[in-house]
Design a protein around this ligand. Structure first.
Ligand SMILES: NC(=O)C1=CN([C@@H]2O[C@H](COP(=O)(O)OP(=O)(O)OC[C@H]3O[C@@H](n4cnc5c(N)ncnc54)[C@H](OP(=O)(O)O)[C@@H]3O)[C@@H](O)[C@H]2O)C=CC1
Ligand SMILES: O=C(CO)[C@H](O)[C@H](O)COP(=O)(O)O
Length: 472
């Protein structure tokens, strides 16, 4: 059965019309592209009913009709749940496609799956690329940040479409060709790792304000609102401040107070930490945010241990505490972005992604969940020094970190003294302190390894490896 079918052919097709696919399809239609959709359920019918009059939308309930309606090269974007569904959809459509046709997986697919799919589809003569998308429902509808990576020839076919539908900052589209292979999905995964850390930092700040300083939700909203008018301006700060005033229809209370303190996840944050471990890049702040979601799930154990050890105390505040907290947030936020960029720097080398770090920062300035004023600073840092290993090496960022360091230490020490859990803040300062330690105590680790396992050690004064008979 076809829906709103005509004899017309369509240039781009979307499979998966849920939160993201539906909105991106509407966005494409808004920009005058001739598009059609398909979903395994009857979502196309609902979409046509709601939006069909206002938009030139077509849809097909049968995948054969959907594929058949596309002009060549047939170009299909997938926005279905990541994992085996992507393989199932690819297996369903490839017999209906011809060599040279293009498949774009825009879901949050695991980068190694994208590498596997790229190789397999290339062997079959298809063009394939993995494209990260960020911006949620609103972004997909009115301008997301897009991270396409893989087959460059295929990118040239969809470049105009992607540039048209993406968010714009200073008139420039928030999309760029990221690089070969699974680089698009790797960059999106890293984006989400940073997202986890910033979200957790906002949550820890809420805890400090609420339980440390005794602020109510309105007061917390005001703090975030004030910060959002300054250098901390970001999409996550913006939406978080709104949460504190949102009323629950059911109880009439503020909804935030009615929500369970157990955070869920779909995996991208965990993958970021796992892969960073594989390529030996430390992501202390991001790792702490992944672990914090897991800690949140241990509700019964947390309640039991609160009974045994007691609740956190108040923070004895001085009048500057709020301003110091702003410095601490800035400091910790920088660590999250710096760690993500450091991972990308390493991945570029390790996997041959040839990443342009400035361009990545540039396309994250708009449309995506981690868009923030600070991304302009990151963009400028990598523009000045394209091969910069770490953001902390940038002189202007060094100056800002140095300025807030004393306040940052004071805030984190005060929270820790009061027993308020600040895993990301603590990780941020520890990460910084370790990175600026010229001689770490790791000589002792090597001595221990050699003592119990004859793993050998290296000496400062001579080349080569050595072993000592420690127990003699
Ligand atoms: N939501 C977000 O903010 C973001 C999501 N993403 C990623 O984008 C992808 C899509 O996410 P989202 O839109 O939120 O997910 P949804 O679950 O809202 O939408 C997915 C759609 O795909 C449909 N679907 C499932 N299997 C098939 C199939 N075999 N053939 C055709 N359609 C199918 C689903 O139908 P049914 O419901 O009937 O199963 C559903 O309508 C995911 O990988 C997600 O991680 C990326 C960025 C942001
Ligand atoms: O990609 C996204 C935002 O950028 C998705 O919203 C993703 O689902 C968020 O991750 P999680 O569900 O693990 O919190």
């Amino acid at each position: 059965m076809s829906i709103n079918n005509t004899e017309k052919s369509y240039n781009f097709g979307m499979i998966g019309l849920g939160t993201m696919g539906r909105n991106l399809l509407l966005n494409m239609a808004d920009h005058g592209f001739s598009v059609t959709g398909h979903d395994k359920s009857d979502k196309m019918l609902a979409l046509l009913e709601e939006e069909g009059k206002a938009h030139q939308l077509k849809g097909f309930a049968k995948v054969e009709d959907f594929v058949g309606s596309l002009t060549s090269p047939k170009t299909i974007i997938l926005l279905v749940p990541a994992g085996k569904i992507v393989d199932e959809v690819i297996a369903e459509i490839t017999p209906l496609l011809s060599k040279g046709d293009i498949i774009i997986d825009s879901g949050n697919s695991y980068y190694a799956d994208t590498t596997r799919r790229s190789v397999a589809l290339k062997e079959q003569g298809f063009h394939f690329f993995g494209m990260g998308i960020s911006g949620g429902e609103e972004g997909a509808r009115f301008g997301p940040s897009l991270m396409p990576g893989g087959d460059k020839d295929a990118y040239s076919v969809v470049k105009d479409l992607l540039e048209a539908v993406s968010a714009k900052v200073n008139g420039e589209p928030c999309v760029t060709y990221i690089g070969p292979g699974a680089s698009g999905h790797f960059v999106k995964m890293t984006h989400n790792g940073i997202e986890y850390a910033i979200m957790q930092l906002l949550a820890e700040t809420y805890d400090i304000l609420k339980n440390g300083l005794g602020y109510n939700n309105q007061q917390i909203q005001q703090v975030f609102e004030k910060w959002n008018n300054g250098r901390l301006k970001s999409f996550l700060m913006e939406i978080t401040k709104d949460v504190f005033l949102f009323k629950d229809e059911k109880t009439g209370n503020l909804l935030v107070d009615e929500i369970k303190d157990q955070a869920k996840s779909k995996g991208t944050g965990k993958w970021t930490s796992q892969i960073a471990m594989d390529v030996e890049i430390p992501l202390n702040t991001i790792d702490a945010s992944v672990a914090a979601r897991n800690l949140s799930k241990l509700k019964d154990l947390r309640v039991e241990l609160e009974g045994a050890f007691g609740k956190a105390a108040n923070i004895t505040q001085n009048e500057d505490f709020e301003a110091q907290l702003e410095e601490a947030f800035y400091f910790a936020m920088v660590s999250a972005y710096a760690q993500g960029m450091h991972l990308l720097w390493k991945a570029s080398e390790e996997y041959g992604y040839e990443l342009n770090m400035a361009e990545i920062a540039k396309i994250w300035r708009g449309g995506c969940i981690i868009r923030a004023e600070f991304l302009q600073d990151i963009y400028e840092a990598y523009q000045k020094q394209p091969s910069l290993q770490h953001l902390y090496q940038d002189a202007s960022i060094q100056q800002k970190l140095q300025k807030g360091l004393k306040d940052t230490r004071n805030v984190i020490a005060s929270a820790i003294s009061a027993g308020i859990a600040v895993p990301c803040y603590a990780a941020a300062i520890t990460y910084f302190d370790t990175l600026k330690t010229g001689r770490m105590p790791s000589n002792l680790i090597q001595a221990q390894r050699d003592y119990f396992g004859a793993h050998t050690f290296e000496r400062i004064d001579s080349e080569g490896v050595f072993h000592a008979e420690w127990s003699k």
